[in-house]
Design a protein around this ligand. Structure first.
Ligand code: UDP
Ligand code: MG
Length: 326
């Protein structure tokens, strides 16, 4: 038998003192189980990322790391947000792990799916998405908005895996590829599908938060949602062009109307020129803004400096000096 693979489970935590004891218990027992089944190596870990909690989260993490050899943690200087916590966890873990699972601390995602994720990895899959097959515990509002959002993103050409969030497994090479995406505005669930590699889904029912309140109030959620759009699509900028063309067309119709009115003769002096210039200038301005916007959009996508492609395998060879220029 070959060497056992090392798993790290990355868990971002922001003021999670109420759930942490249960989280350690549940995820810990799965890690112990997997180690005893000889599915993963005994150096596998749970890596807690304390995202600037103001409660006893870090104290608890420290206590557990003394009690359990497989518990470890990193601590941010302040709150940097869920996505940055995930990224930091992966960046640290990738050096020591063959596979990384990310999961929320609040046990909304069924921890038993970890078994299937690891099995898929051992079958050679690089990316395993955790997909909710029921959202009964989410509010009607959250379900509707989530559905509308996936639809909108799809039309904008962004490939998301519906009903999957940040509960997933990534192999070492998939994580390394993901970490090449250098953008500051992180929207990991949009970035992971861009990495490619063989992927699979495992399904689980989404549960109620085990304890404590959501750390994603409506405002933060909306901000996150728009971040997703603006980091992945320049469609909003292109919308300005349509607006400009529309305004200009209306202004031409207005021009004809105003001139007719003038010829007929029942118009105040100055009204015609005022009307025409307001509409025409408005249209021209919007078009100009959209042209500038187009360039800003290009700079925006360039500046992110994303890798052009990821090579999964190389099965070609050529001799030096044998390369023909196209
Ligand atoms: N979280 C974090 N930093 C934040 C907000 C949230 O690390 O600024 C963590 C939080 O502790 C949890 C996960 O991100 O483990 C998801 O948050 P939450 O469960 O509150 O979001 P919801 O499930 O309500 O969308
Ligand atoms: Mg939650």
């Amino acid at each position: 038998m070959g060497m056992l693979k090392t798993l790290t489970i990355v868990v971002p935590c922001y003021n999670e003192e109420e759930v942490l004891p249960e989280t350690v218990k549940e995820i810990g027992s799965i890690v112990e189980d997997l180690i005893s089944q000889a599915k993963i190596s005994s150096s596998s870990k749970i890596l807690f990322v304390n995202d600037g909690s103001r409660d006893r989260t870090w104290e608890l993490i420290s206590e557990y790391s003394e009690k359990y050899s497989y518990v470890t943690g990193i601590k941010f200087t302040r709150n940097y947000g869920h996505q940055n916590a995930l990224l930091a966890g992966m960046t640290v873990a990738v050096k020591y792990s063959d596979m990384i699972i990310t999961i929320d601390a609040d046990l909304q995602d069924d921890v038993n799916a970890i078994y299937q994720m690891v099995d898929k990895y051992l079958e050679g899959i690089d990316v395993v998405y955790g997909v909710r097959n029921s959202r009964d515990t989410d509010s009607f509002f959250k379900r509707r908005t989530a559905l509308a959002y996936y639809g909108l993103m799809k039309r904008l050409g962004v490939n998301l895996v519906p009903d999957s969030a940040d509960y997933r497994l990534l192999s070492k090479r998939a994580t390394e590829a993901l970490l090449q995406y250098k953008e500051r505005n992180l929207f990991l669930r949009g970035m992971v599908p861009l990495v490619g590699y063989p992927s699979a889904k495992v399904y689980y029912p989404r549960k109620e938060r085990f304890a404590g309140k959501s750390k994603y109030p409506l405002g933060k959620m909306l901000h996150f949602a728009f971040d997703g759009i603006s980091s992945f699509s320049i469609a909003p900028i292109q919308l300005i062009l349509i607006l400009g063309i529309l305004t200009t067309s209306i202004s031409i119709i207005m021009m004809v109307y105003v001139l007719i009115e003038k010829m007929i003769g029942h118009v105040l002096t100055g009204w015609s020129s005022l009307m025409i210039s307001i509409w025409l200038l408005g249209g021209i301005q919007l078009i100009s803004v959209s042209v500038i916007g187009e360039y800003v959009g290009k700079i925006f996508t360039e500046v992110k400096n994303r890798p052009r492609y990821n090579i999964e395998m190389e099965n070609f060879t050529y001799k030096m000096g044998d390369v023909k220029k196209p």
